[in-house]
Design a protein around this ligand. Structure first.
Ligand code: ACO
Length: 402
């Protein structure tokens, strides 16, 4: 590993690494991935242990602070996050300016960006307390805004957060509660959502986290950085894959159409890929996918949901894992392959799937932003390019152009 930035400037060296497949852009102590072995650690703790024993809020604190909290530390963190869940009333007016059919990711991205307008003037990035407060505000307000975007899209009034509830239950109430009808949540629903949040909380320098860091490297405020991360997450090659998986499974429709879909995905001219398959880093099974697969079966069973799409998903997984094209390219189901089926079983519409991902990944984004702010080696991110355009030429007046 060569640190190019330390080579003497006169060498004029820079690397061409299209898509950053082999370039480390920073040092980080947050998340470790071994893509060949299928290992994922948050601050050194294996993801399967955290999934089994921890909860999303504790994992978020671990990512932000570096250590598992004591009971007193956790209570303080939980209190802080709970205390900041309210949205400014003026943000509701802003939200109501969107057409009802705007994509919830478009609304969420703007809503989070708009926090800059509410908190930017007072924000001193040199002050660790203020940086932490910004991170807490984001952790607290993103679920409130996400639920508000959903309710706006279906024409329901926005629900205020019920701060006597825990993080995930509070979110589900903001999403689904209607007046005069107590929302009865099955424990498996909150457990499944909490698990999905844990598994999506961080994944080192993925496209959206790198975006947060790139924007952060300019000294922009954290709300703008996270809004940029949300925009990057939206694409179907990244967080948008969970929505795309469900659309694909619906399009395939029945198990007998699976082999046609697999053949289509192998045909480079079809423009069709198996969504939820493949990963830039995991060239072995995505460890998160294994955990989600199990939870998916549990949720459907306990909620009594008989979803034919699960059968399609299982056939698709089976067919792809036996197919040379997928085996040779090490294309395994990734984290998003099963998450959509769980969200669907919980009554969350597919337009909201990537929003759910954004709620969870906020923990990772703010942790990386906090880490970057105290990195003594951090400098503005400024990639170079290989210029492929015209050589110097003279300007021609419009009447001389052919
Ligand atoms: N279906 C069919 N073929 C695929 C797929 C797929 N899902 N993914 C990769 N391939 C093929 C490519 O065509 C390429 O074939 P070739 O070597 O013959 O040209 C080879 O596998 C390598 O693919 P790349 O696109 O070069 O791999 P890269 O690491 O750049 O992309 C990515 C990774 C974007 C995840 C890709 O596998 C993909 O598009 N998957 C589907 C979308 C998806 O599920 N995204 C979610 C990722 S996880 C997350 O962000 C949370």
């Amino acid at each position: 590993c060569v640190d190019i930035s330390r080579l003497p400037k006169e060498t004029g060296y820079f690397t061409y690494d299209h898509g950053f497949t082999a370039t480390a852009s920073c040092k980080s102590a947050i998340t470790y991935i071994d893509g060949d072995e299928g290992v994922l650690l948050y601050r050194g703790y294996p993801i399967d242990q955290l999934a089994e024993k921890s909860n999303f809020l504790e994992v978020s604190q671990l990512l932000m602070d570096g250590e598992l909290p004591t009971q007193a530390e956790f209570s303080k963190f939980e209190h802080e996050v709970t205390h900041h869940t309210m949205m400014h009333e003026a943000q509701k007016t802003f939200l109501h300016g969107f057409r009802h059919d705007a994509h919830p990711m478009a609304m969420l991205c703007s809503m989070v960006g708009s926090l800059s307008a509410f908190y930017h003037d007072n924000l001193d990035l040199e002050d660790p307390e203020q940086r932490r407060m910004a991170a807490i505000r984001l952790m607290a307000k993103v679920p409130t805004m996400a639920a508000a975007c959903y309710r706006h899209s279906i024409g329901w009034p926005v629900r205020y957060p019920r701060n006597n509830l825990e993080y995930v239950d509070r979110f589900l109430h903001m999403m689904f509660e209607v007046p005069a009808e107590p929302l009865e949540l099955k424990p498996v629903a909150a457990k499944a959502l909490d698990l999905l949040f844990i598994l999506h909380a961080d994944h080192e320098q993925n496209a959206s986290t790198s975006t947060v860091r790139l924007v952060g490297s300019t000294g922009a405020n954290p709300y703008a950085c996270v809004a940029a991360g949300i925009a990057a997450l939206w694409g179907p090659a990244h967080g948008g894959a969970n929505e795309a998986v469900l659309r694909m499974l619906e399009e395939i429709g029945s198990p007998d159409k699976v082999s046609t879909a697999v053949d289509r995905a192998k045909d480079k001219n079809s423009g069709f890929r198996l969504m939820g398959f493949g990963h830039r880093v995991y060239k072995n099974f995505d460890p998160r996918a294994k955990i989600i697969r199990e939870m998916c079966h549990k949720v459907l069973e306990e909620l009594g949901v008989d979803d034919p799409l699960l059968e399609v998903a299982m056939r698709l997984e089976e067919a792809a894992l036996k197919d040379d094209y997928f085996v040779q390219r090490k294309l395994y189901p990734n984290v998003d392959f099963y998450s959509g089926i769980i969200y669907k079983a919980l009554g969350i519409p597919k337009e909201m799937f990537t929003v759910m991902f954004a709620i969870a990944r906020t923990a990772g984004w703010v942790s990386h932003w906090l880490e970057q702010q105290v990195d003594p080696e951090a400098k503005i991110g400024r990639p170079r390019q290989i210029y492929t355009g015209a050589t110097p030429r003279d300007y021609l007046a419009v009447d001389q152009r052919g």
